[in-house]
Design a protein around this ligand. Structure first.
Ligand code: GLN
Ligand code: ZN
Length: 757
């Protein structure tokens, strides 16, 4: 049986591309230097796949920044403002579109960056101007293919497909999506003709957009795009590759396309099997079966996969074994992970190990008795090793009952009690938690981690930072203070390190966007709190002031969403275990005299299922309770805050309200405060702090600007429910602009407050 890979991690085993690009951005490496690094990486990646005997190796999956942006560039669809930068070559234009540019050449803002489906990868959103003319740069599109061929490796060129490209573009003129169909279809027709001319055997078009909820118009557009792209004779075979879910809305349309292969995801596509069982939509087509998980790090279940593949063979003329999605979303290799416990390591498979899995599976499915082979037995054995269950934790989650998720008394009564206790002014001012993390703080942490300074020295340093931060906030006149979060590098890693059950890797980086990578921890076993985590920092800060200092925690859903979850326990159970651990921390903070606790759920929306019909059953039904679990046991006078890093929650606004926090802050400043209308329309009960300025930019907002924003907010939010705060944490900002911005924020709040009396 043949094997196939959709895409490979681009940044390199040791993030070579990241470092080379950053040197290029700083002017320390020239273009040919950067290109040489990229070429070496591509060659190494093809060789690794070729040595693993993968039959369908992708080319064109490499990118200097992002694949969607690559396609825009290769179709001549980069907006004019970037192309018109003075004296800029094609690579300058490309990076300007990705990152913005501010130099003597001009001053342009980058294209928007958005989350790629339900992953933590971000793509660059193309902007289509009315006069765009799609002209494929064919040499560029097939550059990887030719490069690999010169190395003696046959590849399958891959591109984001026309449907997904359009669905993910922002239209900035007056034309509609349908107006672009002819031009884009023709461009793909030209690409297909070129593939023919170059003797390409298979061409892969990646179309993950078909796994979302589609309208009738979307489905028609899909059909029309492919009618145009595949018109006429051709020899090259086309693979219509989907991933991240199933194609339940459009499998009839896909069945009717003139393509030679269809790639379906049998990991996340819950209905994929059901769909192929229902009919003959794969007759005469090759099925590229996505059976090896491209999003998680655990070994494949060979027994199950073999059985699945045997069934799939009944429905398609040929079945190729493949990955559920690009390996972009998993780390490169387990090799550097020498400090992971061996029993855990034996259960893991990163991208490189997944190649081996594919090859082994391709051999095993042909055997009459695969269970007798060594590879099969090794797999079964590794999967059978389980980390020991923690009886106490299991008992605790099993014993959870309704009242564990219900805080009493109800919201309104608590609000009254809290008003009396805190006596905060109207429009109370606060921040989201972190204060600027300067190089001084990072250096102190690094020195401590390397053992160059003692625990005591490090903690003394942190206390001095906290004291400075509290003093600053008092001087600024903020009403509710924070300790500044100097002790943490990352809001998930810091908590994970203080919880049992999490494992940290050395080098398991995954690209998040451009040159930025994240290193998600692995949930390896049952989770509980090792020790109090933040109590000493919060109580120290509180000891320095009479104003309330917020305890600052990361919520269970965010911790889980930014980790690699287990596959041997439901997400719900994992979230509840983390929830109980964080609940211990909340109760300790309360017992230590902390009167306000903020539980951040920055990533709550991120893993919302791609289809609306799955939102509740697959996700919200446990994610919202997991949050409620964390705070349900606090006293009525303890105020619970939460923070979310987005404002697009109009469609789940009731569920956000049902988290039953007392106050929520979120990012509204960049989305023109549209969310306010939904808050009003839904009678939102929770008090809100819809960030009054954008912390993602170093710009200092004026007093007037903030006051105007507040007045607008007051037209939609009840006076007694409105808080005044920046739209996210300040850790990436510098101190001078932070002080200036917060000074203006407090001044604006005072002005608008005075107008209310
Ligand atoms: N409390 C965190 C901070 O201020 C929240 C960060 C986030 O939402 N990403 O940094
Ligand atoms: Zn945020």
């Amino acid at each position: 049986m043949k094997t196939s890979i959709i895409g490979w991690p681009r940044v390199g085993a040791n993030r070579e591309l990241k470092f080379a690009s950053e040197r290029y951005f700083r002017g320390e490496l020239d273009r040919s230097g950067l290109e040489a690094v990229a070429r070496e990486l591509r060659a190494a990646h093809w060789r690794a796949q070729s040595e693993s005997k993968i039959d369908f190796i992708p080319s064109g999956d490499f990118s200097y920044y992002d694949g969607t942006l690559d396609l825009a560039a290769n179709l001549n669809a980069i907006p004019r403002r970037f192309r018109e930068l003075k004296g800029a070559n094609d690579l300058d234009v490309y990076f300007a579109a990705a990152r913005g540019a501010q130099s003597e050449r001009g001053d342009v803002k980058a294209l928007a960056m958005k989350k790629w489906f339900n992953t933590n990868y971000h793509y660059v959103e193309p902007e289509l101007e009315d006069d765009v003319e799609f002209q494929p740069n064919l040499d560029r599109i097939f550059q990887g293919y030719e490069e690999a061929r010169a190395l003696g490796i046959k590849t399958r060129p891959t591109l984001i497909g026309p449907f997904t490209f359009l669905q993910h573009s922002r239209l900035v003129g007056t034309r509609t999506l349908d107006d672009f169909v002819d031009g884009l279809g023709a461009a793909f027709r030209a690409i297909i003709a070129e593939a023919d001319a170059r003797g390409v055997e298979w061409l892969q078009l990646e179309e993950p957009s078909v796994v979302r909820d589609l309208t009738v118009d979307d489905r028609k557009r899909l059909t029309r795009l492919y009618e145009r792209a595949t018109a006429g004779e051709r020899k090259v075979k086309i693979l219509f590759q989907t991933y991240f879910g199933d194609v339940r809305d459009c499998y009839a349309e896909i069945a009717a396309l003139d393509v030679d292969g269809v790639g379906l995801d049998f990991v996340e596509g819950r209905k994929s099997l059901e769909l192929v069982r229902t009919g003959d939509f794969l007759k005469n087509k090759t099925l590229f079966a996505g059976v090896v998980n491209g999003k998680n790090v655990w070994r494949n279940d060979y027994a199950r996969t073999i059985e699945l593949v045997k069934e799939l063979r009944q429905y398609a003329s040929e079945v190729v074994l493949g990955a559920s999605c690009s390996f972009l979303h998993v780390p490169y290799s387990l090799d550097p992970e020498t400090s992971l416990p061996p029993e855990l390591k034996s259960r893991l498979a990163f991208a490189t190990e997944k190649l081996t899995e594919l090859r082994e599976l391709s051999e095993l499915v042909e055997l009459a008795a695969p269970e007798t082979s060594a590879a099969y037995r090794a797999n079964a054995e590794a999967r059978a090793t389980r980390s020991a269950e923690d009886a106490g934790i299991r008992a605790a989650t099993n014993a959870l009952a309704e009242q564990d998720f219900i805080r009493t008394p109800a919201f309104d009564e608590r609000a009254k009690i809290q008003r009396d206790v805190f006596k905060l002014p109207l429009l109370p001012t606060t921040t989201i938690g972190s204060f600027p993390q300067t190089s001084e703080t990072r250096a102190a942490r690094a020195a401590f981690r390397k053992g160059e300074t003692s625990q005591e020295e490090y903690e003394t340093f942190l206390r001095s930072k906290i004291a400075e931060c509290v003093k600053l906030q008092e001087d600024l006149g903020l009403d509710v203070l924070v300790h500044g979060e100097y002790e943490r590098n990352d809001m998930v890693e810091y908590f994970g390190e203080n919880l049992n059950g999490f494992q940290f890797t050395r080098n398991a980086w995954v690209q998040s966007y451009g040159t930025r990578c994240v290193k998600p921890p692995i949930v390896a076993s049952d989770v509980s709190r090792k020790r109090p985590i933040t109590v000493k920092w919060s109580t120290y800060a509180q000891s320095l002031t009479d104003k309330p200092v917020k305890g600052m925690l990361t919520g269970p859903v965010t911790i889980l969403n930014w980790s690699f979850p287990r596959e041997d326990l439901s997400l719900k159970d994992q979230a509840f275990q983390i929830g109980l651990a964080i609940r211990d921390e909340v109760l300790d903070l309360e017992a230590a005299g902390i009167r306000i606790v903020q539980i951040d759920e920055a990533a709550l929306r991120e893993k919302l299922p791609l289809r609306r019909e799955d939102w509740e059953s697959e996700y919200l039904s446990w994610a919202i309770p997991a949050f409620r679990l964390v705070h349900s046991k606090v006293r009525p006078e303890t105020q619970i805050h939460t923070h979310m890093c987005y404002s697009e929650f109009s469609d789940i606004i009731e569920q956000i309200d049902a988290m039953d926090a007392d106050v929520i802050s979120f990012e509204a400043s960049r989305s023109n405060l549209q969310i306010l209308d939904s808050l009003k329309a839904s009678n939102f009960r929770t008090q809100v702090g819809p960030g009054v300025y954008d912390i993602h930019s170093p710009r200092v907002p004026s007093v007037d600007e903030i006051a105007t924003t507040l007045r607008t907010e007051l037209t939609k939010v009840e006076t007694k429910k409105l808080w005044v705060n920046p739209d996210c944490g300040l850790k990436t900002r510098g101190t001078p602009e932070t002080v200036a911005s917060l000074t203006n924020l407090v001044a604006a709040a005072r002005i608008v407050r005075a107008e209310l009396n």
